[in-house]
Ligand binder design. Structure first.
Ligand SMILES: [Zn+2]
Length: 213
């Protein structure tokens, strides 16, 4: 009897998975976790996961995964194809990595995007992937619609970002952890950190879902 019940349970579960299109956003496998176990197995963890900086407003940068293959695909699908179903996994990965690394902060702040980009994209990906952390959405504001950093050299990137962030709430005497989807050169985190330190933050670090750290 219990076998019959189990098979009906499995039947309904599969039917529900199909009805709600439960599938892996990365490889398209139906009825799987999102991402599926195989795609998660293809993600390389960043090693080291944290890089400490000396003589910089940005005390450290870190990331969960290396910015290649499946993690890079997840970032691009979330940001450019609006596959927001991936945000749960990305947020969980970041939360676990931060806890494992023993990172603590007074404030968690997603890197903001400019309101014009928010209008076209509909969401800030950094906020979505901060979802499982007690983040504060209104501490920083992006004052300029900076161009995409892709395709710019190092000095052009810095010029593109300089003075692009404004601190809106008091951060005096607080440690701040910035969250973003990707960290490559660290210049975005660096510019946010500069603004936050000038506003009185004691320590600022940045952690991303994936990166070249
Ligand atoms: Zn998959």
């Amino acid at each position: 009897m219990s076998e019959v019940r189990d098979s009906w349970t499995n039947f309904f579960k599969s039917a529900l998975d199909l009805a709600y299109c439960r599938s892996c956003a990365l490889c398209g496998t139906f009825g799987s976790d999102n991402p599926c176990v195989q795609c998660q197995g293809e993600m390389d963890l960043s090693d080291p996961s944290i890089e400490v900086h000396f003589d910089s407003p940005l005390a450290f940068t870190g990331s969960v995964y290396r910015y290649t293959g499946r993690p890079g695909q997840a970032v691009r699908l979330l940001k450019y194809a609006r596959r927001t179903s991936l945000a749960d996994f990305m947020s969980r990965s970041i939360k676990e990595a931060i806890e494992n690394a023993g990172i603590e902060s007074d404030l968690v702040v997603p890197v903001p995007i400019h309101w014009t980009r928010l209008m076209t994209r509909g969401f800030n990906q950094a906020e979505l992937i901060s979802g499982l952390l007690p983040f504060q959405p209104h501490v920083l504001r992006r004052t300029r619609a900076t161009q995409s950093q892709a395709g710019l050299n190092s000095s052009e990137r810095l010029k593109n970002l300089t003075g692009a962030f404004q601190v809106l709430e008091s951060v005096k005497g607080m440690s701040v952890l910035l969250i973003d989807d990707v960290v490559t050169s660290g210049q975005t985190f660096g510019e946010c950190a500069k603004a936050l330190r000038e506003a009185g933050a004691t320590e600022v670090g940045g952690f991303a879902f994936c990166g070249d750290v």
